[in-house]
Design a protein around this ligand. Structure first.
Ligand SMILES: *[C@@H]1O[C@H](CO)[C@@H](O)[C@H](O)[C@H]1NC(C)=O
Ligand SMILES: *[C@@H]1O[C@H](CO)[C@@H](O)[C@H](O)[C@H]1NC(C)=O
Ligand SMILES: *[C@@H]1O[C@H](CO)[C@@H](O)[C@H](O)[C@H]1NC(C)=O
Ligand SMILES: *[C@@H]1O[C@H](CO)[C@@H](O)[C@H](O)[C@H]1NC(C)=O
Ligand SMILES: *[C@@H]1O[C@H](CO)[C@@H](O)[C@H](O)[C@H]1NC(C)=O
Ligand SMILES: *[C@@H]1O[C@H](CO)[C@@H](O)[C@H](O)[C@H]1NC(C)=O
Ligand SMILES: *[C@@H]1O[C@H](CO)[C@@H](O)[C@H](O)[C@H]1NC(C)=O
Length: 471
């Protein structure tokens, strides 16, 4: 009975992937966001529709008690006004998009064939009162990419005006009405089938979305879909993995279990992006493992010349070892991955690392004054604004010292034990390190973003939320 363990395994895997994997990041798209997204897609679709070829149409119809064969070929939509567009989320399914009062101009070649008439020419069709309503289902397919499909499509045309160029006009007049009826019927079908084709193409292109992307040479981000998008009445929630790791790390090495995250029920912005504490931690851990968390504080922008005489303001005995002021470099490197703690309106980051001060006498070798392992908590504040020249978002920030403790024994090299006090290191950190870090954070980091604007960020219990408009 091989299938018994197989089914158990399948159920187990399914239940793990359905309930065990909380998303590390979540995107909430409100109805305004949906509307903007639909407009973007329609503009993209219409831009190409000017030369969008439709399949040939042929058939036969009983016209004036005659069986008349007809054929329309080379059908091209040359103008398309979509009229008013409305879209809404369809709970549990996806979205509904409808267009009212659109119109279109179509050119084609025609051929009529009956016992009485055999004729051909070209024609211009003007369609008015176009209405289309479709329901798109949104789902997730393995390995975590979105998929979409048309589950319902209705199209209708209120009026068709056929201008036949060529052909014998009195025959045309007598068959105009039936021909218009035929066109009305077939155009309705054609519109839905061309929409289905277009959506199939989108589905193909979204299934190739690169949801695993490189942040830099060492770090990659996994933004694959964790579960089926949750479509509610006023918004849709998309749960993403939100995991960062080194390229050379295998999937199984990383432990990642974000807490459940519920984005507040809100719809002032078009889009909300929630990033969990676990996501921040995995980003920090990846930076730490890649060896990026080493700072030469005294070489950062805004750092002032710092000498042993200034250092002795914090540890007075140091001046005894350096009667003449000697330039000092301060450096820090993480000894473990930093951790984020996110509370309402409050994000603190805990950094465990080695703080070193190194004297650089002009004519002698550099000399370690002291090194201490510290655990420091800083409160981090962030502000997002439009970057100059609208190239994306400008992330600026500042930190404040919350707590600093010396950990383990001091690596006191030049000065004696006990000279370096926790209080002295705290003041050194607050008065020398923090201002330099803040000066650097204030100059801003450019986040290239082609589709977000009016972004703001705030902290909730366990996660940060970015609210933004779509461009
Ligand atoms: C529209 O056409 C351009 C080039 O003509 C093509 O790159 C693009 O993929 C098309 N877009 C869609 C949605 O078919
Ligand atoms: C089609 O719609 C556009 C925009 O609403 C309008 O300007 C145009 O006159 C309409 N064309 C026809 C043939 O109704
Ligand atoms: C992303 O990478 C992980 C690990 O390599 C893999 O399991 C997952 O299927 C990938 N997701 C997508 C959408 O390619
Ligand atoms: C992965 O790359 C990092 C940074 O280059 C390196 O420190 C680490 O040892 C590598 N890990 C593995 C498992 O190869
Ligand atoms: C932020 O939280 C930390 C503890 O995580 C606390 O020490 C600090 O006072 C808080 N700051 C504010 C402004 O509430
Ligand atoms: C970001 O903001 C800072 C502070 O206002 C400013 O100095 C900097 O030029 C901005 N950077 C960009 C890319 O807009
Ligand atoms: C977006 O920001 C611009 C200026 O930066 C402002 O004029 C506009 O009202 C904002 N829009 C929304 C929806 O907040």
């Amino acid at each position: 009975m091989m299938w018994v363990p197989n089914i158990t395994f399948l159920l187990l895997t399914l239940s793990i992937s359905c309930y065990g994997d909380n998303p590390g990041a979540k995107i909430q798209v409100t109805e305004r966001g949906l509307q903007k997204g639909v407009e973007y897609l329609l503009n993209k679709m219409m831009a190409n529709n000017t030369v969008y070829p439709l399949p040939d149409v042929s058939g036969s119809e009983n016209i004036a008690s005659e069986d008349m064969g007809y054929e329309f070929t080379q059908i091209r939509i040359i103008k398309f006004y979509r009229g008013t567009v409305a879209s809404q989320w369809v709970p549990g399914t996806g979205m509904q998009v409808s267009m009212q009062n659109g119109n279109a101009t179509i050119t084609c070649n025609w051929k009529l064939d009956s016992w009485l008439i055999k004729d051909s020419g070209s024609s211009v069709l003007t369609l008015t009162g176009l209405a289309i309503s479709m329901v798109l289902e949104i789902d997730r397919i393995d390995p975590g990419v979105p998929s979409m499909a048309v589950v319902d499509c209705q199209a209708s045309v209120q009026n068709v005006d056929v201008q036949m160029l060529g052909g014998v006009s009195y025959i045309m007049d007598s068959i105009k009405q039936p021909v218009q009826d035929v066109v009305k019927k077939t155009v309705s079908q054609q519109l839905c089938s061309s929409i289905r084709n277009q959506v199939d193409k989108w589905d193909q292109s979204v299934s190739h979305l690169k949801l695993n992307s490189s942040l830099n040479r060492f770090i990659e981000a996994d933004f694959s879909l964790v579960n089926k998008p949750e479509i509610l009445g006023r918004y849709a929630n998309i749960g993403l993995k939100g995991l960062f790791r080194l390229h050379n790390e295998s999937h199984s090495e990383t432990t990642f279990s974000p807490e459940p995250m519920t984005l507040p029920d809100q719809d002032g912005a078009m889009i909300y992006i929630g990033a969990s504490q676990s996501s921040f931690d995995s980003l920090a851990a990846a930076y730490y493992s890649a060896g990026f968390l080493t700072f030469q504080v005294s070489q950062m922008a805004g750092s002032k010349e710092f000498t042993t005489s200034e250092l002795s303001a914090y540890m007075p005995e140091i001046s005894q070892h350096f009667p003449d002021p000697v330039p000092v470099k301060i450096q820090m490197h993480a000894t473990r991955a930093p951790l984020a703690f996110i509370l309402v309106n409050n994000m603190t980051v805990q950094f465990g690392g080695l703080l070193e001060t190194i004297a650089h006498p002009a004519k002698a070798e550099a000399e370690n004054i002291f090194g201490v392992n510290i655990v420091v908590s800083v409160q981090a504040n962030f502000i997002l604004s439009e970057a100059n020249g609208a190239r994306g978002l400008n992330l600026t920030g500042s930190i404040e010292l919350v707590r600093l403790q010396i950990e383990g024994s001091q690596q006191t090299i030049k000065v004696q034990k006990g000279v370096v006090t926790e209080n002295g290191v705290q003041r050194l950190f607050r008065e020398v390190v923090v201002p330099v870090v803040n000066e650097n954070l204030a100059s801003g980091v450019l986040i290239p973003s082609t589709f977000l604007k009016n972004a703001s960020v705030r902290m909730e219990q366990g996660f940060a939320i970015l609210a933004a408009e779509l461009k």
